[in-house]
Design a binder for this molecule. Structure first.
Ligand SMILES: Nc1nc2c(ncn2[C@@H]2O[C@H](COP(=O)(O)OP(=O)(O)OP(=O)(O)O)[C@@H](O)[C@H]2O)c(=O)[nH]1
Ligand SMILES: [Mg+2]
Length: 304
C-alpha cells in the first residue's frame, strides 16, 4: 500500500521534478558559493516556479550561511531545509469540528478541479470511516449537479441537490439541516466556478458562507480553494484575489500530475500563508493525497 502510494506521488511529481533537477545538479556540483553560483540558484528556483519572494529569501539565506565556502552536501541539506520550512504548517489536514458535522466549502475558478476534488475527498474520508454528505451548490449548470450526482453514486455517499437555477444558499441550508439531523460527520459543499471580478458571484459565495455559519456552529470549518497547478504563478494571483473576498483556510492543488509548475506551492505558502492541504494527482477517485511537505521536498531532491 505504502509503495503504491509513494509510486503515485513520484509519478505525479515527475514533471515538477524535472525542473528541479537543475537546482540539485547545481547543489551537487563543485565550486564555491560565489555570486555566479547564487545567481544561478536564483534563476533555477525562479524557473521552477518557486516565486520571486520565496526565491530571494532562500538565496539570501544561502548567501549568509555559505558565502565563498565550498559547495558541499551541507549546502544542499540547507536549501532542502529552507524549502521545508517554507511549507511548514500548524494546520495540516482537515480542521474537524469539535462536535456535529464538519462543513468543508470548496471554491475556485471555472474548471480548476473543484467537483472532481470533492469526489476524491469524499471517497478518502469515507474510506477513513466518516459519514459523508455532499451538497450540489453549483446550480448554475444542470450538468454540474449531474456530475456530482454521478460521483456520489459511484462513491456511495449521499447528496443534497435541487434543480438548475435554484438558490445555492438554499441547497446549502438544506444540506446543513440534513447533516445535523442525520448525524453526518462531514458535509462537502460544491460551488460554481467564478472569477473574483464577478462581484455578484462572489457575493453568492459569501452568502453560502453565512448560511452554513448560521446553521452549524463553527462552520465552515474549512474553505478550500482549488487551484489548478498547471497555471503556476497565475494560481497564486487567483488565490490572492479569492482570499480577499472569502476567508480561505487552505488550498487543494489539483492537476499536479500534468505540470512542471508544482514549485508554485512554495510561492503560495510564502505569499499567502495558506497551507496546501491536498494535492490532485490524476482524474481518478484515488488520485488525491494529503500534502506532506517533507515528502514533497524529499521527492523533488530524490535522484532517479
Ligand atoms: N490530470 C488531472 N486532471 C484533473 C485533476 N483534477 C481535476 N481534473 C480534470 O479537470 C477537469 C475539470 O474538473 P472539474 O472537477 O469538473 O472542475 P470544476 O472546478 O468543478 O469545474 P467547474 O465546476 O466547471 O468550475 C476535468 O476534466 C477533471 O477530470 C487532477 O488532479 N489531475
Ligand atoms: Mg464543478
Amino acid at each position: 500500500m505504502l509503495g503504491r502510494l509513494f509510486g503515485k506521488i513520484r509519478s505525479g511529481l515527475a514533471k515538477t521534478k524535472s525542473v528541479f533537477t537543475g537546482v540539485f545538479d547545481l547543489l551537487r556540483g563543485k565550486g564555491k558559493v560565489d555570486q555566479p553560483f547564487l545567481d544561478q540558484l536564483e534563476q533555477l528556483l525562479l524557473r521552477a516556479d518557486v516565486g520571486p519572494r520565496a526565491t530571494a529569501e532562500i538565496v539570501d539565506q544561502v548567501r549568509q550561511a555559505f558565502r565563498d565556502k565550498e559547495v558541499t552536501g551541507e549546502v544542499e541539506a540547507f536549501v532542502k531545509q529552507q524549502l521545508r520550512d517554507l511549507l511548514a504548517t500548524e494546520t495540516p489536514g482537515i480542521n474537524w469540528a469539535a462536535a456535529g458535522p464538519t462543513v468543508v466549502m470548496i471554491a475556485g475558478v471555472n474548471g480548476s478541479g473543484k467537483t472532481t476534488s470533492i469526489a476524491k475527498l469524499a471517497k478518502r474520508l469515507q474510506t477513513d470511516g466518516k459519514k459523508v454528505l455532499v451538497a450540489a451548490c453549483d446550480t448554475f449548470r444542470a450538468a454540474a449537479v449531474e456530475q456530482l450526482t454521478v460521483w456520489a453514486g459511484r462513491i456511495g455517499c449521499e447528496i443534497v441537490k435541487q434543480g438548475q437555477g435554484a438558490d445555492p444558499s438554499a441547497v446549502a441550508h438544506d444540506a446543513c439541516e440534513k447533516a445535523k439531523a442525520r448525524g453526518f460527520d462531514v458535509l462537502i459543499v460544491d460551488t460554481a466556478g467564478r472569477l473574483h471580478t464577478q462581484t455578484h458571484l462572489m457575493k453568492e459565495l459569501e452568502k453560502i458562507h453565512r448560511v452554513v455559519a448560521k446553521q452549524v456552529p463553527g462552520a465552515p470549518h474549512e474553505v478550500l480553494l482549488v487551484l489548478d497547478a498547471t497555471t503556476g504563478q497565475n494560481a497564486l494571483t487567483q488565490a490572492e484575489q479569492f482570499s480577499k473576498s472569502v476567508r480561505c483556510s487552505g488550498i487543494v492543488l489539483s492537476k499536479l500530475d500534468g505540470t512542471a509548475k508544482g514549485g508554485a506551492v512554495f510561492a503560495i505558502k510564502q505569499k499567502l500563508g495558506l497551507p496546501v492541504k491536498f494535492v490532485g494527482l490524476g482524474e481518478q477517485l484515488d488520485d488525491l493525497e494529503p500534502f506532506d511537505p517533507d515528502a514533497f521536498v524529499g521527492e523533488l531532491f530524490e535522484k532517479e
